[in-house]
Design a protein around this ligand. Structure first.
Ligand SMILES: [Zn+2]
Ligand SMILES: [Zn+2]
Length: 256
């Protein structure tokens, strides 16, 4: 059994064939999917997907790219959505200083709001941190959220950042970009991540694996990611599948 802990099946890329995509995922051994929200609108769509499909759970939150659209009203509605039983996390939230689609101070303010919301709701955070290692850690530390549970998704930080995240007890999830020919540094990070802190995600429709680049990604490809991790860590596919699923169930407290 595999769990895709991060994808965006509510996106328009999947409108025409969502059911087919889910069937293919199931055939590839993907039993559960966490559909991650990235805006108020996507939070509504994610929750409605998880209400309609037994294999899908969802999150609620605003991506740092969209932090500029944050408002008190949006926070209130996301807070309400987070009370839905199928919502298992707040996210994806965080900082992205690579693309800087929202002003950095706005991203930081919004990230703080969602850290507080996760604390209020006793939910884990799905953190997006790109080119922002130090600021992500600073904000988290300043918020002093005791027993914070989190996953840093699509991990791409430094070895030092990885170490700090592990010290905080966070989970680390990797995407299919570790299958790329030039992903040597990412593979080294995978090696340094203990199996009991590791999770799998496609981030579909983005980041298709090697051999499928340029095309839409989908949850069935999580199998290729698990194979790659087994190869890097020199363990069996089954060990990767079992342990990463166990980790996802523990972090998100999946009621299955
Ligand atoms: Zn992200
Ligand atoms: Zn994402």
């Amino acid at each position: 059994m595999l769990i895709d802990t991060h994808c965006h099946l509510d996106f328009a890329e999947f409108s025409a064939d969502r059911d087919e995509v889910l069937k293919r995922a199931q055939a590839a051994g993907v039993e559960y999917i966490i559909n991650v929200a990235s805006s108020l609108e996507n939070s509504r769509a994610a929750v409605s997907l998880s209400n309609n499909y037994i294999s899908i759970f969802s999150s609620a939150g605003i991506h740092p790219h969209d932090a500029k659209d944050f408002s008190k009203e949006a926070l209130a509605e996301i807070s309400e959505l987070a009370d839905n039983k199928r919502v298992v996390a707040i996210g994806e939230v965080g900082l992205d200083f690579y693309r800087n689609l929202s002003e950095s101070y706005v991203q930081e303010e919004v990230f703080r709001k969602f850290i507080n919301l996760a604390e209020d709701k006793n939910l884990p955070l799905i953190i997006h941190s790109r080119a922002a290692d130090e600021d992500t850690l600073r904000v988290i530390k300043e918020e002093r959220f005791k027993n914070m549970r989190a996953v840093v998704h699509c991990f791409s930080g430094s070895g030092q950042f990885l170490e700090s995240c592990l010290e905080l007890g966070f989970y680390i999830s990797y995407t299919c970009n570790i299958t790329y020919k030039k992903a040597h540094d990412l593979c080294e990070l995978v090696k340094s991540t203990p199996l009991d802190k590791l999770m799998l995600e496609t981030d579909a429709p983005y980041l298709s694996p090697e051999g499928f680049r340029g095309r839409r990604n989908e949850p069935m490809h999580i199998k290729l990611l698990a194979e790659k991790i087994a190869e890097i860590k020199e363990i069996t596919f089954k060990e990767v599948a079992d342990k990463t699923s166990e980790n996802a169930k523990a972090l998100f407290k999946l009621k299955i």
